[in-house]
Design a protein around this ligand. Structure first.
Ligand code: PEP
Ligand code: MG
Length: 316
């Protein structure tokens, strides 16, 4: 049965009873985009644009960035959307041309949009290039900012991105402050995307690069699930789209929980899409909701996972 479920896996993501969950690819380069576009998936939920910037002496020019974004949008055509994340650099991914000060706690420092708000020239160039690529291709472009903590930051970014004529503007939810205040944040943007990698790190106060802390860093931690729920509740209250673009979305079992919490799209490595689609197709939405409720109530990460396995189709 498992083989049949996997073989029959194609088309849009949805639960057995037709509740839609869009399945998307995480990409970082034009080659990634061309590769992902060959897969049976509905677009890209995360283009990590920092790959264009890292390891260089100068920032890429507006022409160079326009060329890259145009190629990425063309790879997916007009019918599949692409979410481009603006530069997510920080003191741990330093940029030679950003003149950043040394920081003792770079994960808590000037990174993501915090850098964009201080080096507005870098953000302006990027938004201009995105606007150029949007006009040139007519693609379904969504733009979002990383590491947003407050409504003010979200509003600042949205105002700036919209001033370039970008049609769909959002933010990542990777900081507990943003998850807890998602309804307020979503009232000033068009969508949000939960970055479960950083949201786990910041919820559990555990460095995501420290393998020693892996048991704290799993999104199965009920505290992390409660943060994701808070973000989804903000989406439900405002009618705005809430997606996930962290690694959690690529785990078929966790994907069921995320769907049950109200996540509307899952972005992952393209090779993971078939297994996630098959898992969703095996379960009704009400089962996913039940799984989410059990996982939220579990005492431990291990208990949360076990509770979900107990409810899952045995072929999964
Ligand atoms: C995340 O934090 O979950 C995320 C998708 O962003 P990155 O892994 O690039 O920090
Ligand atoms: Mg992140």
């Amino acid at each position: 049965r498992r083989a049949r479920a996997l073989a029959g896996s194609s088309g849009q993501g949805s639960t057995r009873d037709g509740h839609r969950v869009a399945l998307l690819a995480n990409i970082g380069t034009v080659d990634d985009a061309l590769n992902a576009a060959k897969f049976d998936l509905e677009g890209s939920g995360l283009f990590r644009s920092e790959f264009l910037f890292l390891g260089r002496d100068e920032a890429p020019t507006v022409e160079e960035q326009t060329d890259t974004y145009t190629k990425v949008l063309n790879a997916f055509g007009k019918d599949r959307h692409v979410v481009v994340r603006t530069l997510d650099a920080g003191a741990d991914k330093p940029l030679k041309f950003a003149n950043q000060e040394h920081e003792d706690n770079p994960a808590l420092g000037v990174r993501g949009l915090r850098l964009g708000m201080r080096r507005v020239d870098l953000l302006d160039t990027q938004l201009q290039a995105l606007a150029n690529a949007y006009k040139a291709t007519g693609g379904d472009l969504w733009v979002m900012a990383p590491m947003v903590s407050t409504v003010d930051e979200a509003e600042w970014f949205a105002t700036k991105a919209r001033s370039y004529g970008l049609p769909k503007v959002g933010v990542m939810v990777e900081v507990p402050a943003a998850a807890i205040r998602s309804a307020q944040i979503l009232s000033v943007v068009d969508f949000c995307s939960i970055g479960t990698n950083d949201l786990s790190q910041y919820t559990m106060a555990a460095d995501r690069l420290n393998g020693e802390l892996a048991n704290l860093l799993t999104p199965w931690q009920p505290a992390v699930l409660h943060m994701i729920k808070a973000a989804c509740d903000g989406g439900a209250a405002t009618g705005k789209h809430v997606g996930v673009c962290g690694e959690a979305g690529g785990d078929p079992l966790m994907a069921l929980v995320l769907a049950g919490l109200g996540v509307q799209s899952l972005s992952m490595a393209p090779t993971k899409v078939n297994a996630v689609r098959a898992a969703l197709r095996l379960h009704d939405f009400s089962t996913c909701q039940q799984m989410a409720a059990y996982a939220l109530d579990a005492r431990t990460a291990e208990d949360a996972r076990k509770a979900v396995i107990a409810l899952a189709d045995p072929t999964l």
